[in-house]
Write a protein of this length. Structure first.
Length: 54
């Protein structure tokens, strides 16, 4: 699978590294990053020519 840019991940990391990020949002953002990684892992499992994918 070709490597693509990761603008979603870049934005999540930039937000996480923002010193003005409220502590109350940090856990939710870390969960979003975990879900992002899971999403990417699932995409990597898609095989070219697989019939049940777009």
């Amino acid at each position: 699978m070709p490597e693509f840019t990761q603008p979603h991940y870049s934005k999540l990391i930039a937000c996480l590294n923002n010193p003005r990020l409220p502590d109350s949002d940090r856990d939710r953002l870390e969960e979003a990053i975990r879900k992002y990684h899971h999403w990417i892992d699932e995409l990597k499992l898609v095989k070219s020519g697989q019939t049940n994918t777009v």
